[in-house]
Design a binder for this molecule. Structure first.
Ligand code: AMP
Ligand code: ZN
Length: 473
């Protein structure tokens, strides 16, 4: 089946055909590290990780680079405010970002920092000046937008609109829409030596340079949030196509919808961020990941803890379901005698897996894929688990495993060894017996507390006059 993808460049749904299949080169714009990584960032990074994982499931090989902007005005401002060095600020928030990626199971092959590639940026800018696409002025260098005739092709803006006309820049720039490639250092600011004097790179140049350094000059997918379409990605196209002479430099431009809070974009500059480190104190990273993957990457998500708690329930149900299926599948009662009724269930399992995959083929539509996951959970609870049949459990597990190649929220369940599961079962049995002793003595307060604590681990205790039984919720 073909994969279809919405390309911001053409404003159309297109058949996905990478430059050099089966390799896919993916570049995602990462953070400027001057504050904690927040839920809005997670929205974009998880979306591209899920897209990449789906492409792998489809048999592609992927190379994924995601940059870290570790030198920028905002980093310098924060360092000045706090009276520390800009390198310290960058380091603190880079570590926070990398930890968040790990917790969210986002696997990036290359995480280059802008400061590691200043030499390549200077070289890139020099080549642009030689080719007449850039000019030096007052110790800074600007891109000459008029020279790049296709400027505006991504954002569809014309040169009359919303251009920054700050006075200082207007003294230096030939046209209001020219953008900076190299910034002359102000007194006291960090700087690197360059042919144009001491300064530092502008923001856009780093992505053109680092994407090429790690992925070459033909990139299949370049992504980021919708906020980056203009000016960041527009400028990246101008610089890269001018420098490398390749068109298109990037084949598919993909942009994620915003994560908002009370209807407003979550962003550091608006001061409404919820840092991931705070979310993860109370909620598992897998729950947030599940919520983000099961939403279409282009739609807006209005974040709330209530929404997250809905996914907490889905996640618990999913985990318990897979755990129960694994217990059944490990029973040694495989006889491969499948009845007609079983065959129907097996067919439905296949349908759900296919539905999930087809939905992802349709512009990586996680929201469309979600009902198939829910159906698989439901059929497991209503028909497979009660039947206790290992054959069906195995079949359902196979479908869950495939879905989890994209979801990446069940790895620990699948990796738990049989003997660990048995060990946990024995421990739970001891706790239940101790509780039973308390009940027999009429000590209901302790018994209720134990039940409550077990429930918080997803273990449900049912009392009857013959004793207590338990199950994973
Ligand atoms: P920043 O740290 O603001 O430079 O953002 C880093 C990446 O996260 C970029 O790809 C942004 O587009 C994306 N991003 C930041 N905030 C949000 C948000 N509220 N919703 C979706 N993506 C975001
Ligand atoms: Zn970028």
């Amino acid at each position: 089946m073909v994969i279809k993808v919405y390309n911001t460049l053409t404003h159309k749904m297109e058949v996905f055909e990478p430059f050099n299949p089966p390799i896919i080169r993916l570049y995602v714009c990462g953070p400027t590290v001057y504050d904690y990584t927040h839920v809005g960032h997670a929205r974009t990074y998880v979306a591209f990780d899920a897209i990449k994982r789906f492409l792998k499931l489809k048999g592609f090989e992927t190379v994924h680079a995601q940059n870290i902007t570790d030198i920028d005005d905002k980093i310098i401002d924060r360092a000045n405010k706090e009276g520390v060095s800009w390198r310290d600020i960058a380091e603190i928030y880079t570590n926070d970002y990398l930890e968040a990626l790990e917790k969210l199971r986002i696997e990036v092959d290359f995480s280059p920092k802008a400061t590691q590639h200043v030499d390549e940026m200077i070289d890139f800018i020099s080549k642009l000046i030689e080719a007449g696409f850039a000019y030096e002025s007052h110790g800074s260098v600007y891109f000459n937008v008029d020279k790049f005739l296709e400027y505006g092709k991504l954002s569809r803006r014309t040169k009359g609109e919303e251009w920054r006309q700050e006075e200082q820049f207007m003294r230096e720039k030939r046209k209001p829409y020219d953008f900076v490639l190299w910034k002359k250092a102000k007194p006291g600011e960090p700087y690197w030596e360059s042919p144009w004097g001491p300064g530092r790179p502008g923001w856009h140049i780093e992505c053109s340079v680092m994407s090429c350094f790690y992925l070459g000059t033909k990139i299949d997918i370049h992504g980021g949030g919708t906020d980056l379409i203009f000016p960041h990605h527009e400028n990246e196209i101008a610089q890269s196509e001018a420098r490398y002479g390749v068109k298109p430099w990037v084949k598919y431009w993909l942009h994620t919808g915003f994560l908002t809070i009370k209807g407003e974009k979550m962003s550091k500059s608006l001061g409404n961020i919820i840092p991931l480190k705070d979310v993860f104190k109370e909620h598992k990273p897998e729950v947030l990941r599940l919520m983000l993957v099961l939403t279409h990457y282009r739609s807006t998500i209005d974040f709330s803890y209530e929404l997250l708690e809905q996914y907490e329930r889905i996640y618990d149900r999913l985990r318990s379901c897979v755990d129960l299926l694994i217990r059944i599948a490990h029973k040694e009662n495989l006889n491969f005698k499948i009845s007609n009724q079983d065959l129907k269930i097996a067919e439905r399992i296949d349908e759900f897996l296919l539905g999930f995959i087809k939905s992802m083929e349709d512009d990586f539509n996680g929201a469309k894929a979600a009902p198939y996951l829910h159906d698989l959970i439901s059929i497991s609870y209503t028909s497979i688990i009660p039947s206790g049949k290992a054959e069906l459990a195995l079949r359902a597990l196979n479908a869950f495993k495939r879905m989890n190649q994209v979801l990446a929220v069940l790895d620990d369940v699948f990796h738990t060894k049989g003997f660990e599961r048995e060990f946990v079962d024995k421990l739970v049995k001891i706790v239940i017996d101790v509780r039973h002793m308390h009940r027999a003595r009429g000590d209901y307060e302790v018994a209720d507390k134990i039940r409550e604590l077990l429930a918080s681990l997803g273990i449900k205790v049912m009392d009857s006059k013959d004793g207590s039984t338990w199950s994973y919720v």
